[in-house]
Design a protein around this ligand. Structure first.
Ligand code: TYD
Length: 291
């Protein structure tokens, strides 16, 4: 005898015969119920219900497909000085106003170990760092970040907004430092389980104005004493380097248009925010109205 149930386009079917029908039917129903709870509690609109979120994370250890476990992973990319941090803050505020649980994080960094690595990579006192060592440090920070912050947050159904991810390594080390994209993608497979963002916002601007803005920002930060950190090592690179980085980003956007949304970042911060919010709301199937 065949039993089949269809729910939200998913089709479950079991073939049972004779006395085994009564023995296997409860297990079949239980499995169907678990899948239904996962799908229902995992949709962004339902994540604001703490009971559903907790039920979902408790059930996480049951063997079900990884896709139905996940929150949403959104990364921000672009040249230095395109205003990513401002836009991430604005987006986090807008999503939280809609009752969603949001984690904001960054790379390199995002964990205690990652922040130490960040200091080594970005401090202009770090001299003679080989391009391969630089790429390896980016991945060391990322592997730790995935294990400590990103994966647990996604498993709890949260929305993770991450300032830079592997596209940065492909653009900066792969294209900028001329190491090529293939080793970057290979390391991503080996060290990051090939985890792909659900959406990447690529903030595009021209090289001269972005880098100039980043240089001014970093000088101001150290002069104000707001931060004693020197994060200028990349800003000392020349225009040809940043042109290769930008072209590297544009090539990723052409290769993966379904994941990467190219956003013109030359407008005012509110204008750019409106564009980003519309893209994210479409992706998360939320209302795009300001709240
Ligand atoms: P950050 O201050 O986070 O960027 P921004 O200036 O855009 O606010 O600086 C991080 C720097 O590290 C930036 O210059 C890009 C570089 N980087 C890489 O070269 N490869 C990577 O994989 C990552 C994550 C960053």
């Amino acid at each position: 005898m065949n039993i089949s149930v269809t729910w939200k386009g998913r089709h479950l079917r079991r073939q049972v015969s004779g006395p085994f029908f009564f023995a296997s039917f409860p297990a079949f129903l239980a499995r169907f119920a678990v899948k239904a709870i996962f799908r229902f509690s995992g949709s962004p609109a339902n994540q604001q219900h703490p009971a559903l979120a907790s039920l979902r994370s408790r059930l996480y250890h049951l063997p079900v497909s990884s896709n139905s476990l996940r929150g949403r992973f959104i990364t921000f990319e672009g040249l230095d000085g395109t205003g990513k941090s401002t836009q991430i803050e604005k987006l986090a505020k807008a999503l939280r106003a809609r009752g969603l649980s949001v984690v904001v994080t960054r790379e390199p960094g995002g964990t205690a170990t990652g922040e130490k690595i960040r200091h080594v990579i970005l401090d202009s006192a770090t001299t003679q760092l080989s391009s391969r060592a630089e790429m390896a440090l980016m991945f060391a920070s990322r592997a730790q970040h995935l294990q400590e912050v990103i994966k647990p947050a996604l498993a709890e159904g949260k929305i993770v907004l991450c300032d830079r991810f592997t596209d940065s390594t492909e653009a900066y080390q792969g294209a900028g430092r001329k190491l090529g994209g293939e080793p970057v993608l290979e390391l991503h497979r080996i060290l990051c389980d090939d985890l792909q963002p659900d959406l990447t916002i690529l903030m595009d601007s021209d090289v001269a104005s972005s880098v100039e803005r980043a240089r001014r920002r970093n000088q101001k930060t150290s002069k104000n004493g707001r931060s004693h950190k020197d994060e200028n090592r990349f800003e000392q690179e020349n225009r040809a380097f940043f042109t290769r980085v930008r072209n590297g980003y544009l090539a990723i956007a052409r290769r993966e248009p379904q994941r990467v949304a190219l956003v013109n970042a030359r407008g005012t911060p509110p204008e750019t925010h409106a564009k980003i919010l519309a893209i994210v709301c479409r992706k998360l199937r939320l209302s795009g109205k300001a709240q």
